[in-house]
Design a protein around this ligand. Structure first.
Ligand code: BDR
Ligand code: CA
Length: 312
């Protein structure tokens, strides 16, 4: 099993990412850290704690981190994730006790207390916590097996024509993460826009007859509602679990090595991930970008994981 930490901003699709990770025997979820993003830090932390209760994360630390980007003003995605950050899904007041340490400390301790090369960091929100962790504990860079993040895109954006939300919120942090020298796999919009939650997918979750299945249905309906006026999508894309799927079943999320950097100053292009696809895949390049998704294989993984989380 791969040992993973998830840094997230739940977030409708972050919630599905947590479900996929915790419900899959191929990975062991060691810690959850939270970063302000889709909603304020306070709200996304609350959501993480509610989900910890609902998914039975018992004993897994859930720690809050950065409440704002390194340099820029905070930006939320209320239009997609709603006032609470979990769309139309209402969960009871959390009983789960947050870990009182800062997320950065939890990230560093998780990496440094494990064997070198043992921990995979999965990021599904803005990269502020990871960037702070690199600065405060540079020794983690050489000890992480891999960073797999949902963010960016090879030739597409969502906040702007070329900038994706997680990178656009904190481009300085994203640049620090992409250029640190550790292995980074970018699971970007080109791929996550293929992860459409069709009515058939929703029906499979409904058919589970479990509380986690019901939550998954609520999350997908929320996403469908948020995308209802978006002509580009027949069904809503579920970005974040694709990054988790890359760790669980790499055969379902194809990647290629390529240098990645982040545009910080462009008048029209700030927050764009600049991916160098010229030439062959450079052998020594530590970064890779996703290129394709096996839609059926991906949703099988998520449905199996959600099934494993609850009794009918
Ligand atoms: C990303 O932005 C957020 O709104 C989602 O949770 C996902 O992580 C997609 O651009
Ligand atoms: Ca997210």
């Amino acid at each position: 099993t791969r040992k993973v930490l998830i840094d997230c901003d739940p977030g409708i699709d972050d919630a599905l990412a947590l479900m996929l990770a915790h419900g899959s025997p191929e990975v062991e979820l060691l810690a959850v850290t939270v970063c302000g993003g889709n909603q304020t830090l306070e709200k996304v932390t609350r959501n993480a704690l509610c989900l910890a209760d609902a998914l039975g994360l018992d004993g897994i630390p859930v720690a809050a981190g950065a409440d704002r980007p390194l340099v820029r003003e905070p930006l939320t995605a209320r239009d997609i994730h709603g006032d609470t950050g979990l769309g139309l899904v209402e969960l009871p007041e959390p009983r789960y006790a947050p870990d009182r340490r800062h997320a950065v400390e939890v990230i560093a301790r998780t990496v440094l207390d494990a064997q070198p090369g043992e921990i995979t960091l999965i990021a599904t929100g803005p990269l502020t916590n990871l960037a702070l962790a690199i600065r405060q504990y540079p020794e983690i860079v050489g000890r992480v097996r891999e960073v797999v993040l949902m963010g960016g895109g090879v030739a597409t954006g969502n906040v702007t024509p070329v900038a994706e939300f997680n990178v656009a919120v904190d481009p300085e942090a994203a640049r620090a993460v992409f250029t640190a020298g550790w292995p980074v796999t970018m699971v970007g919009l080109d791929t996550t826009h293929q992860s459409l939650a069709t009515p058939e997918v929703e029906a499979r979750f409904a058919g589970l007859g479990t509380r986690p299945g019901e939550i998954a249905v609520g999350l997908i309906r929320s996403y469908r509602h948020a995308y209802r006026h978006n002509q580009a999508f027949t069904d809503p894309p579920c970005h974040d679990p694709v990054a988790v799927a890359r760790v669980i079943a790499p055969e379902f999320v194809g990647v290629r090595r390529a240098p990645v950097d982040v545009e910080l100053h462009g008048e029209l292009t700030a927050g764009q991930t600049v991916v160098d696809l010229r030439g062959l895949e450079p052998e020594e390049c530590p970064t890779a970008v996703s290129t394709e998704l096996d839609h059926a294989g991906f949703w099988d993984l998520v449905v199996d994981a959600v099934r494993a989380l609850g009794e009918p």
